[in-house]
Design a protein around this ligand. Structure first.
Ligand SMILES: [Zn+2]
Length: 362
């Protein structure tokens, strides 16, 4: 399968629609509907759960079950406190970055629809040059143009409303995708493309494939923790984003060495089952798919951990997409890497046989 034939016009349209729709942690269902709509022609049925995780299933009757997984939620903020003069203080919903907030537009989600706002910031002229205050959770605030608290409330904004950034999808220099929430809308996109390609290439799998788009990863892998109990899979291949470490102020000795354009990143960590990971690496080598390696001490920090440590232990592995500027509104990935992650998941799936245990003792 040639890499340059993977992402077509229709898949790019889906990606744009899926990305431009906000899907904050806890409120993922509109995005899940877009995702399921795209997948419908390629799968047999869907499972959804109480908190909004969506699973597209191929061969639902099969006993042996393989999961490919990404997460559907994006980081956001909550309205936490409204001052008497109508300014809004926030808390995090996921790992939102206080440093990038000042001067950003925001969308506040209310029952009456979106209320626009801005993160204000004191002018350079009025700041004490001797001791510049960096943006912190305690000093960033949103202005929605209201004169006081009463007016804020009249506009439909109250404590607990969720706030997202409105930044939309762009392509830079033909092959770099830029948007907020590429973490991990790209994961949902890539696993959907795997399902599409299996269907279009008329591949028959000897097992049940559970294409899983989990909710609530950003606040601690919660959606994956729930759905793995429902599916009870034998194998889980997870995909998420990981840091490109080639831009300024990142220490490779600490963060490892990965770059966009150099291929999928395969993880080494206790949660990663060694035989499954070796299968993925052998597949990459056999199919000439470039890849990079990353080591994680203790946790991968991705849904891989949730699948691995469930149901008495599920053989799990992590294939990551290198990304620049994580948790900013200008996250950036390389189209070639996106296509190679799709290829690597696709080819790895085709190598898995029904009933394989990946046991170290066989
Ligand atoms: Zn994230």
């Amino acid at each position: 399968m040639a890499t340059d034939k993977i992402i077509n016009k229709k898949s790019l349209e889906f990606l744009e629609k899926y990305l431009n729709n906000p899907s904050p942690t806890g409120y993922e269902w509109e995005g899940q509907k877009i995702w399921m709509d795209y997948l419908k022609p390629y799968v047999d049925e869907f499972i959804t759960d109480t908190y909004g995780t969506a699973v597209a299933v191929i061969n639902p009757k099969a006993k042996y079950k393989v999961v490919i997984e990404g997460h559907s939620d994006e980081i956001s903020w909550y309205v936490n406190y409204i001052t008497d003069n109508g300014l809004i203080y926030v808390i995090r919903n996921g790992g939102s970055d206080h440093q990038i907030a000042p001067s950003k537009w925001v969308d506040i989600h209310t029952k009456k629809g979106i209320v626009k706002g801005v993160f204000g910031w004191p002018a350079i002229h009025t700041r004490d040059k001797g001791k510049e205050e960096p943006p912190k959770l305690e000093n960033i605030f949103i202005d929605i143009g209201a004169k006081d608290k009463k007016e804020v409330e009249k506009m439909g904004v109250h404590v607990g409303c969720v706030i997202t950034y409105p930044d939309q999808f762009h392509i830079l220099n033909k092959d770099k995708f830029v948007c907020r929430a590429l973490d991990n809308r790209m994961g949902g996109f890539m696993i959907a493309e795997v399902a599409r390609l299996l269907h279009e290439n008329k591949k028959k799998l000897p097992f049940g494939l559970y294409v899983t788009n989990s909710v609530q990863e950003e606040i601690g892998l919660r959606g994956a923790e729930m759905i793995t109990q429902t599916i009870k899979p034998n194998v889980a291949i997870v995909t998420d984003v990981t840091h490109d470490t080639t831009t300024p102020m990142i220490d490779k000795k600490k963060e490892g060495d990965a770059s966009i354009g150099s291929g999928p990143v395969v993880s080494y960590a206790p949660a990663v089952q060694n035989k499954l990971r070796e299968r993925i690496i052998e597949t990459a080598e056999a199919k000439k798919i470039p890849f990079q390696r990353l080591a994680s001490s203790r946790y991968t920090g991705t849904d891989t951990d949730a699948f691995a440590y469930s149901n008495g232990g599920v053989a799990s592995a992590l294939i990551s997409l290198p990304l620049r500027y994580m948790h900013t509104t200008v996250e950036m990935v390389h189209k070639k890497d996106v296509e190679n992650v799709i290829r690597l998941i696709y080819e790895s799936l085709l190598s898995i046989k029904e009933g394989e245990t990946f046991s170290y003792f066989d």
